[in-house]
Ligand binder design. Structure first.
Ligand SMILES: [Ca+2]
Length: 227
């Protein structure tokens, strides 16, 4: 049990970290269903107008059924972007706030404000700054609670993409009709005594007309294809 959980004490309404533990039989059944998925015998169209092409789908299905490490994915669902321990080996893994927010910025992680990309170690997926430093905008409109999952005819996981734009308005400010996007990751202003929104499970709304010193966006660098 980590310190944050201990601080929650007997508060039964507090948000608590949890671990996803999928039984091996369920993973075996998932692989079986992937292998038995019926795919078209030939490409439906010559271009990508109907989505990912058949050869790519077949390759992905083989990868998910035989090679993908589902346990590693399970491990990625831990409390933080790298595991269950916030400071493994007493090493800072992200730019957050140390001390009592908002009057005591100890900056023992080396940064009172923002930090350069890559200043902290990558996680097991090779990704930097997944939490802390600055929040990241996402494409999804915000709603306090995800709408009920839509049942699908296939077994692909459903990615909730948020509500309609008009549903993202702040219900506590009905006279202000500014849509809000989901932001993720927390920032250098997130502290254990205040919000702990540097957890991957956390999200927050931000009006789209509002900029702050601790909100940015995520960049992806794709390696060049081999010659
Ligand atoms: Ca800091």
């Amino acid at each position: 049990m980590n310190a944050a959980v201990e601080q929650m004490g007997s508060d039964t309404t507090a948000m608590r970290p949890f671990r996803v533990e999928v039984p091996e039989a369920d993973l075996t059944d998932l692989r079986r269903r992937i292998r038995s998925t019926r795919l078209p015998e030939k490409e439906p169209v010559a271009d990508m107008s109907q989505g990912v092409q058949l050869a790519t789908v077949e390759k992905l299905a083989r990868y998910w059924a035989d090679d993908y490490d589902w346990r590693r994915s399970e491990a990625g669902s831990m409390d933080y972007a790298w595991g269950d321990t916030f400071r493994p080996g007493d090493r800072d893994m992200a730019n957050t706030w140390q001390g009592e927010f908002l009057w005591q910025n100890l900056a023992t992680d080396g940064y009172e404000g923002t930090s350069p990309v890559g200043a902290f170690p990558a996680n097991g997926y090779g990704l930097h700054d997944m939490i802390g430093n600055v929040w990241e905008w996402t494409a999804d409109w915000y709603v306090a609670q995800h709408p009920s999952e839509v049942l699908k005819t296939c077994c692909t996981p459903h990615n909730p993409r948020g509500p309609q734009e008009r549903e993202s308005y702040d219900p506590w400010q009905p006279a202000i009709l500014i849509p809000r996007k989901v932001i993720k990751g927390g920032s250098h202003l997130c502290a254990p005594n205040y919000c702990r929104r540097y957890r991957p499970a956390a999200r927050f709304p931000e009006p789209i007309d509002t900029s702050t010193c601790h909100l940015g966006f995520r960049c992806v660098v794709r390696p060049s294809p081999p010659p």
